[in-house]
Design a protein around this ligand. Structure first.
Ligand SMILES: [Zn+2]
Ligand SMILES: [Zn+2]
Length: 141
């Protein structure tokens, strides 16, 4: 049987002496980030670089964060859309009520009935007519 142990050459970061570590030990040290010592100067070192597994974990965490952020934006946009739809509906409902009142000859401001409610409003409630120019003008047609 021919057993060969593969060695990994390590360059001491302190004294730059070269020494060998069995490949299995080297792998183990890379996974665990455990310290090892230079046989020449006794300086302690460790593989601090991230292993592939650790890199994958960090990447997964980053993606998860990104996804959460995207979801936040999505639900915010959805809420925004719902709010603006609600206010558009409310606006439309108010405009319709206004038109109906004016069509019936009723002043939407004072509730009185006039033969020419539009003229009444222009004279009595110019500010209201100005603020609701679109609806009032349309209703007065
Ligand atoms: Zn050394
Ligand atoms: Zn009025």
């Amino acid at each position: 049987m021919n057993i060969t142990t593969e060695y990994v050459q390590v360059d001491c970061i302190k004294c730059h002496a070269l020494f060998g570590l069995p490949k299995t030990t080297d792998n183990h040290l890379r996974q665990t980030h455990d310290g090892f010592w230079c046989p020449t100067c006794g300086y302690s070192m460790a593989y601090l670089g991230k292993t592939a597994a650790e890199k994958a974990l960090a990447e997964a965490a980053r993606l998860k964060d990104e996804l959460r952020h995207t979801n936040d934006i999505l639900s915010w946009t959805e809420a925004e859309r719902a709010t603006s739809e609600r206010s558009a509906r409310a606006h439309k409902g108010r405009a319709n009520r206004l038109k109906r009142l004016i069509a019936e000859g009723k002043c939407p401001c004072c509730g009185e009935t006039f033969e020419d409610v539009y003229q009444h409003m222009v004279h009595e409630h110019p500010k209201f007519v100005e603020d609701n120019a679109d609806q009032v003008a349309e209703a007065a047609k």
